[in-house]
Design a protein around this ligand. Structure first.
Ligand code: FES
Length: 66
C-alpha cells in the first residue's frame, strides 16, 4: 500500500527508513530518494514514526523490567 502517492513510497519503504534511523517524515522521503510534493503524506508518515518510537519505548520498558 502506498503511503506517499506522489512518490510511490510504500508502507514497507517507510518501515525500512524508520528502522534505518529516519526521525522525521522528510527523512523518510529523503531515504527513499523522494521529496514532498503535495505534503498530504507527511502527517501519516509522522504518525508511523511516532508509533514505531512508542513501540520501541514500550519494548525498552519490558526489557528493563526483566
Ligand atoms: S503524497 Fe507524499 S508528497 Fe504527496
Amino acid at each position: 500500500m502506498y503511503v506517499c502517492n506522489c512518490n510511490g513510497v510504500r508502507g514497507r519503504d517507510v518501515d525500512a527508513a524508520i528502522a534505518a534511523g529516519a526521525r522525521s517524515a522528510r527523512d523518510v522521503l529523503a531515504m527513499n530518494a523522494a521529496e514532498p510534493c503535495c505534503g498530504q503524506c507527511l502527517p501519516d508518515i509522522a504518525q508511523l514514526i511516532e508509533e514505531a518510537q512508542g513501540a520501541a519505548a514500550q519494548e525498552g520498558v519490558l526489557v528493563a523490567a526483566e
